[in-house]
Design a protein around this ligand. Structure first.
Ligand SMILES: Cc1ncc(COP(=O)(O)O)c(C=O)c1O
Length: 475
């Protein structure tokens, strides 16, 4: 059998290192190491451990005087490639990937904090992040305080006391509330805090929190990075010193490490992120505009719409409005469930960032355990629905949403377009691409008109160029 031995080398793939590469190129090539077999795709090192040439080499590796992979809980060539790709994309100094997004959040917090420390967090956090701050940390003697993330006065008041860590999410899950990153980072640093930003909803293509002063950025790679609903993963990015001296010992010894297989899937997912995300954002903007015109919808939240209370901040911090749209249907839980059950293309799920569009009812799923009182403070009602817009044709999505809204209309009147049984459709000549046009509102709803639909217009972010530097912020 022909079985050539690979030279024992792992080397960086041959890409220019003398100039910064643009995000799309980084997403395809960033961090790739090649073995002596010169494979095209990133190699999957599906191995739990590594062998040494000698006992001496093993000793030297554990002493830190020789470089060698030891054990996949500490590091693995495939997970290292993902870490390096994310470092380049984020513009961070270092990264460690973890088994899930929650492992990233909990590792980032627990590695840094100790008993008697104080944490200030925005109230609008993903349910499990909220649980860590409200329930887990106090068990270890860590004092925590929540503030309304959009209210700078509350941040100011909370950060007059010395604080070890600030945790925030912007835009938040599910209400798409924004936090002023630059202002809160300044206040937090003056209070001595490390600022940790959960950037899951924005993704590294739409928002770079470190440009506004954040110290640590965390991700659930489960979402847009995989982007195809296959694997779980998380990432923590920060300064080299903090990652190596604070985070790495925690990960090495407590073991929330990412599987090399998941790292490999996410590496391949990242290769198309710059193509998938703009398409999802364009569809989300068009869908938000469509929903705002429907009388069954009480309110729509989308960061780049003119009626979002923080549109100005969104446009200052983000390159596009994102792939999530949150809205309230009239009629509470009963109507929300009827609407969700009537959808045929959009699936009911609690995940997001997938190529498949997904709807979630936060009050009975992701935010069930935060309790009714906290949900009320967050603005989550029984009629709130979070829609993660995927990669389907936006015209099909709008038709699906429109039909499901018809199902909850208070009075059933003929729909804008009769739905014919399939066999009754006239056979038409092959048509050009259907226009991504929203069906007209059934009952003219007088609402302030939204920002012009962004569907079909170029996205507001140009992936070939980096996001603008925030004035006076560190890089
Ligand atoms: C904002 C946010 N942070 C963290 C997480 C946790 O990620 P994972 O499910 O990969 O643990 C999620 C999951 O939905 C999320 O939406």
């Amino acid at each position: 059998m022909f079985a050539p031995r690979a030279p024992k080398v792992l080397r960086m793939a041959k890409i220019p290192s003398d100039r910064p590469l643009r995000p799309a190129t980084q997403l395809v090539h960033g961090g790739q190491m090649r073995t002596g077999f010169d494979e095209t795709a990133e190699a999957l090192f599906l191995t739990s451990g590594f062998v040494y040439d000698s006992a001496e080499q093993a000793e030297a590796t554990f002493l830190g005087t020789a470089e060698h992979f030891q054990y996949s809980r500490f590091g693995n060539p495939t997970t290292s490639m993902l870490e390096q790709r994310l470092v380049l994309l984020e513009g961070a100094e270092a990264c460690r990937v973890t088994a899930t997004g929650m492992a990233a959040v909990s590792a980032g917090l627990l590695a840094h904090l100790k008993a008697s420390d104080r944490v200030v967090a925005s109230r609008a956090l993903f349910g499990s992040c909220h649980w860590i701050v409200s329930t887990l940390l106090p068990r270890y003697g860590i004092r925590t305080e929540f503030v309304d993330g959009g209210d700078l006065q509350q941040w100011k008041a909370a950060l007059t006391t010395p604080t070890a860590l600030v945790l925030l999410e912007t835009p938040s899950n599910p209400m798409l509330e924004l936090v002023d990153l630059a202002a809160v980072c300044d206040l937090a640093h003056a209070a001595g805090a490390l600022v940790v930003v959960d950037n899951v909803f924005a993704t590294p293509l739409l928002q770079k929190p470190m440009q506004f002063g954040a110290d640590v950025v965390v991700y659930s790679c489960t979402k847009h990075m995989d982007g195809q609903g296959r694997v779980l993963g998380g990432a923590v990015l920060g300064r080299k010193k903090w990652v190596e001296e604070v985070l790495q010992p925690f990960i090495r010894n407590t073991g929330p490490s990412m599987s090399p297989f998941n790292a490999w899937v996410i590496l391949k997912g990242l290769e198309t992120l710059h193509l998938r995300l703009p398409a999802m954002c364009r569809s989300a903007a068009a869908i938000a505009d469509f929903l705002a015109e429907r009388s069954e919808v009480a309110r729509v939240l989308y960061p780049f719409r003119a009626d979002h209370p923080q549109q100005g901040l969104a446009k200052a911090q983000m390159a596009a409005g994102g792939s999530l749209v949150t809205f309230d249907v009239q009629g509470g839980k009963e109507a929300a469930f009827r609407f969700m059950n009537a959808l045929r293309i959009v699936a009911v799920s609690n995940n997001l960032g997938d190529s498949k569009s997904l709807v979630t009812h936060p009050a009975t799923t992701t935010h069930m355990r935060v309790g009714a009182e906290e949900r009320a403070k967050l603005g989550i009602t029984d009629g709130t629905i979070r829609l993660s817009v995927g990669l389907e044709d936006v015209a099909d999505l709008i038709e699906d949403l429109s039909t499901a809204l018809d199902a909850i209309a208070p009075v059933q009147v003929p729909t804008r377009r009769p739905v014919l049984p399939v066999e009754a459709e006239p056979v038409a000549a092959p048509a050009a691409e259907p226009a991504a046009e929203a069906p007209k509102a059934r009952r003219g709803k007088s609402k302030p008109s939204a920002a012009p639909a962004e569907a079909g217009t170029p996205l507001l972010f140009e992936l070939a160029s980096p996001l603008p530097e925030a004035p006076g912020r560190k890089g």
